[in-house]
Design a protein around this ligand. Structure first.
Ligand code: IMP
Length: 198
């Protein structure tokens, strides 16, 4: 137990809960942005997932002198030169339903062989007077021929994982967590936190 405070620099309740479940058993008191005084969230203007994750976490550490964790993730499609990439959340509009976004992708890739894609997740851990630590992980997939499955979120119904013969939206949460970009990055972060604690 180290009794340190850490801020999960996100307003996404799902992410805050997941990080809380990981950090609290390791002795951290977990805060979210809503526990802090008003803080202008920085613009995510990085060109990589790692840069954006660091921008989010470092702004909290710089302003409040406290440890922070932030993540940034997205889908890279080879045939689109890596887009939507860091623009995944806002691609074709932030409020546009994913059923629409996914249909656009399926339509644009119709009859195309080059269907490679990957999810990427970067997690940044920032501490006062220390260099940020960034962990990045990926899962290689292909864009399916049609949308399938109702689990998960976002692009999951069209992201097909060949080793399981399923889209991400056809997996149980445990199956997805076991192979996903975020699952892999989170497990590496857990290991790092445990080593740091010794
Ligand atoms: P973030 O919350 O800024 O990291 O944005 C991540 C965006 O990337 C999401 O809004 C989705 O569009 C996409 N994304 C990242 N991970 C996943 C996933 O596991 N499933 C589906 N979409 C994802």
């Amino acid at each position: 137990m180290n009794g340190k405070q850490i801020v999960v620099a996100s307003t996404n309740q799902g992410k805050i809960r997941e990080f809380r479940e990981m950090l609290e058993p390791r002795g951290y008191e977990v805060l979210s942005l809503s526990d802090l005084p008003e803080h202008d969230e920085p613009e995510e203007n990085g060109t990589t997932f790692a840069e954006n994750a660091v921008i989010k976490a470092q702004s909290v550490t710089d302003r409040f002198g406290i440890e922070a964790i932030a993540d940034d993730s997205g889908l890279q499609i080879d045939a689109f030169g890596g887009e939507p990439g860091v623009h995944s959340a806002r691609w074709l509009g932030h409020e546009t339903p994913y059923t629409y976004k996914n249909n656009v992708i399926l339509e644009r890739l119709k009859d195309r062989e080059d269907r490679g894609c990957r999810y990427v997740c970067a997690i940044a851990w920032t501490r006062p007077a220390k260099d940020p630590i960034v962990i990045e992980d990926t899962v290689d997939c292909v864009i399916a021929d049609e949308a399938r499955g109702t689990n998960g979120f976002g692009y999951d119904p069209i992201v097909y994982y060949p080793p399981y013969g399923k889209t991400m939206a056809e997996m149980t949460p445990e199956e997805k967590h076991g192979i996903s970009h975020r699952g892999k990055a989170v497990r590496r972060l857990e290991k790092m936190l445990d080593e740091e604690d010794q």
